[in-house]
Design a protein. Sequence first.
Length: 279
Amino acid sequence: MIIRSSDQVPRTALFKRFPIPRNFGVSRESRIRRGKTWPAPRVATRMRTFEIYRYDPDSGENPRLDAFEVDLDDCGPMVLDALIWIKNKVDSTLTFRRSCREGICGSCAMNIDGTNWLACTRFISDLAELATIYPLANLRIIKDLVPDLTHLFAQYAAIEPWLKSKTAEPERERLQSADERSKIDGYYECILCFCCTSGCPSHWWNGDRFFGPAVLLQAWRWLTDSRDEAKEERLDNLEDPFRLYRCHTILNCTRTCPKGLNPGKAIAEIKKMMIQRRS
């Protein structure tokens, strides 16, 4: 089955999940403990409980799960609204990133009920009665729901994500036909939230050398842009056993992209271009 959008699911499941304890194989200092429960106001009639990952490295304590009962009649409909309500009215120490609130900046990416998504575009009504919120996986945590993205942005910088030209600069803009412009559709919309990279097992295993789906999608965005004149240089930069070829087409990236993009297809197109230039 070819996955063409993030809302597709497999027609069949070969294996059933089997239960594994929450802290199985986790080092002692990283084991998650039960935290504090914050009850909703007495006047609340519609409530939803959120279990939220909390971690403060300066405290020297293990991570914990705090439970917050949120008054749904007193906050907006999105998960981000609930987080802001908790921070403003219950616990001001809760730490998370957010900016545009419109699904454009990618700042509020986190793991919501087991799926990487944007808190500003996820409806509270779509969550389980006991909703869980964790930071993006496979990243060092700065505090609470804030992951350290330094390494991922360093990988992004390594592909040199800007237009490169060798011809003289035109007097006005560099023109494209409508067909040429359409070739970057589905790629330029990436907001670098890194939901896909966080959900990629290949990046879990080889994150120090494999660029990951978000960065490779951005790499294809420039490779397929007719205005760019550095295609060979960009392909040489990716011609490496790990940077590109650690992708095993698991396609977690495509399933979890909150913008509905297909990083797996972009990676396949790069591999195809690599083969074409050899022949």
